[in-house]
Ligand binder design. Structure first.
Ligand SMILES: [Zn+2]
Ligand SMILES: [Zn+2]
Length: 354
C-alpha cells in the first residue's frame, strides 16, 4: 500500500498507516513492542482503537507456546481488548463508529453449526481466537469481527471492562456450569484475575465461598470480596480444611497447577461437581476412579463464555454488583508484567494502556 492510498483513511479515521503493538516473534523470546502495518479490513470486520487490554494467563501461555495447539508467530496476544470502533468493513451493521466494544477470546465462529445454533458457539470448530489464531488486543488498534464483539454499556470503565472480557465471563460461565444454588459451598482454587471474579459470581448465585490460594494477600482480597472461608494451601491441607466444613458442592479449578486440581477434587462432597477452567502447561491430572464413581462426582470443563454470557457480566457490573481489582500499566511494560504475573507478584489483573 502506498502512502497516497493511506492518507484519506488517516484523515477520515485518525488511524495511521502503522501503529504500535506487542508482538510475539519467538516463543523463547520476550515480546517486541513495535510498529505494525494497518491492514485493510475484510468484510464484517471492524477496527477498534484500544483503550484498555488485560493480561490473562492464556496470553502468557500463548507467548511461550505452552499448549498442544500453538499460535503461529508473529502474532499479537490479547483477548481482553476494549476500545472504540473507528472503522467499519464492508457489510457491518452490528456496531457503529464510536461504539465501545469488547473483543473476547471467541473472536469469530461460523454461526451455523450445531454448536453455534444451540448456544455453544464457544465449541464451534470454525472458531478463531483473539490473540491466538488471529491478532489480539495488545496494540493501539485491533481488528475484530463485528458479530463477535460485545458492546460495553455506558458507565463501565474500560479498565474494568477489559478483565471482565475474559476473567469475568470465564468465571461467570464456570459458576453457571457448576450449577451453584443458594446454600451450596463453592471452593474457588486460585484467587487471581479469574478467582477474584469467581468468588463474586458464586456469591451472586447464592453460594457460600471458600477461597484457596498460596498467598495471604490474595486470601485477604478474597475475604473482602465475600469469601466466607479461606485456606492457605501452603500452610494447611485444603482437602482436610474443606472436608471439615462438610465438603464443597462445587469446586472451581482456576490455578495453573495440576496439584491444585487434584486437591479441588478431594474437597468435594458426595454428588459434587469439579469444574476445570485453568489450563496448566503440564497437561495432566490424576483423579481416582473409585471415588469418582462411588461419590457420584461430576467433572466438567468450561471454556470462556458466549456473547450472551459476556452481556450478562457487563449487566451485573453496570448494576454495581461486581468489583474488578486491576492495576493499569503501559503496554510498553508487557514483558515486566508477564514476569510479575508468573512470579505471583500481582494481586489481581494487569490491564495495559496502549
Ligand atoms: Zn483469558
Ligand atoms: Zn459454529
Amino acid at each position: 500500500m502506498t502512502a497516497i492510498e493511506t492518507r484519506p483513511a488517516l484523515a477520515e479515521h485518525g488511524v495511521a498507516a502503522t501503529y504500535r503493538a506487542a508482538v510475539v516473534h519467538d516463543f523463547a523470546e520476550p515480546l517486541l513492542v513495535e510498529e505494525v502495518p494497518r491492514l485493510p479490513l475484510g468484510p464484517g470486520q471492524v477496527r477498534v482503537r484500544v483503550e484498555a487490554t488485560g493480561l490473562c494467563h492464556t496470553d502468557i501461555h500463548a507467548a511461550h507456546g505452552d499448549w498442544p495447539v500453538k499460535p503461529a508467530p508473529p502474532f499479537v496476544p490479547g483477548h481482553e481488548g476494549v476500545g472504540i470502533v473507528v472503522e467499519l468493513g464492508a457489510g457491518v451493521t452490528e456496531v457503529a463508529i464510536g461504539d465501545r466494544v469488547a473483543m473476547p477470546w471467541l473472536g469469530y465462529a461460523c454461526g451455523t453449526c450445531d454448536y453455534c445454533v444451540s448456544g455453544w458457539e464457544t465449541l464451534c470448530l470454525e472458531q478463531k481466537n483473539m490473540g491466538y489464531s488471529i491478532d489480539g488486543g495488545f496494540g493501539e488498534y485491533a481488528t475484530a469481527y463485528a458479530r463477535y464483539v460485545v458492546k460495553v454499556p455506558e458507565g463501565i470503565d474500560p479498565f474494568d471492562a477489559a478483565p471482565l472480557t475474559c476473567a469475568g465471563v470465564t468465571t461467570y460461565k464456570a459458576v453457571k456450569v457448576a450449577g451453584t444454588r443458594s446454600s451450596d459451598l463453592v471452593a474457588v482454587f486460585g484467587v487471581g484475575g479469574l478467582g477474584h471474579m469467581a468468588i463474586q459470581y458464586a456469591r451472586i448465585a447464592g453460594g457460600r465461598v471458600v477461597a484457596v490460594d498460596l498467598i495471604d494477600e490474595k486470601l485477604e482480597l478474597a475475604r473482602e470480596l465475600g469469601a466466607e472461608f479461606t485456606v492457605n494451601a501452603a500452610k494447611e491441607d485444603p482437602v482436610a480444611a474443606i472436608q471439615a466444613l462438610g465438603g464443597a458442592d462445587q469446586a472451581i479449578a482456576l490455578a495453573v497447577s495440576p496439584r491444585s486440581f487434584e486437591q479441588a477434587f478431594g474437597t468435594l462432597r458426595r454428588g459434587g461437581t469439579l469444574v476445570f477452567v485453568a489450563l496448566p502447561a503440564d497437561n495432566a491430572v490424576t483423579v481416582p476412579i473409585f471415588e469418582t464413581v462411588l461419590n457420584g462426582i461430576t467433572i466438567v470443563g468450561s471454556i470462556v463464555g458466549t456473547r450472551t454470557d459476556l452481556r450478562e457480566v457487563f449487566e451485573l457490573h453496570a448494576a454495581g454488583r461486581t468489583t474488578v481489582h486491576r492495576e493499569v500499566r503501559p503496554l510498553a511494560e508487557v514483558n515486566q508484567a508477564i514476569e510479575d504475573v508468573e512470579a505471583g507478584r500481582v494481586a489481581a489483573r494487569v490491564v495495559f494502556q496502549p
